[in-house]
Design a protein. Sequence first.
Length: 133
Amino acid sequence: YQPPLRLIKGEGSTLYFVNDFARVDNILISSSSDKYPCLITPESIQDIQMLAWAEVVKLVFSKDIHHPQLFKALKQMAPKYIICKLMGINSLMIDSYCSFANITKTSFEYQQSKIAVEDGLVGLPMSMDWLVS
């Protein structure tokens, strides 16, 4: 058994495949269509967006993910209604993100402060010339 191929019908006879490109290539190259039986599932643009953002949301559970950066990216770039639906939340806030990601808010804030210190965004300026003046 192979999962269904997902596609969108474009203008004319154009088809846009969304997953498993190697399998599609094998089907198109093959001279015998019964050699590669498959189910092709038509999808809408909304379905494709949902599938794409679902892959991004899965990053929340990656081992070495930097949660503040992912949260910022989701907050700035992701369609709010899709992210909220995928995460099962009402609005994308730090508290709801942490709850979904199964991390403490303290862990989130620690990662956030660690990157700020590494980038020199917290504390005294690197140059101490202002003390002399």
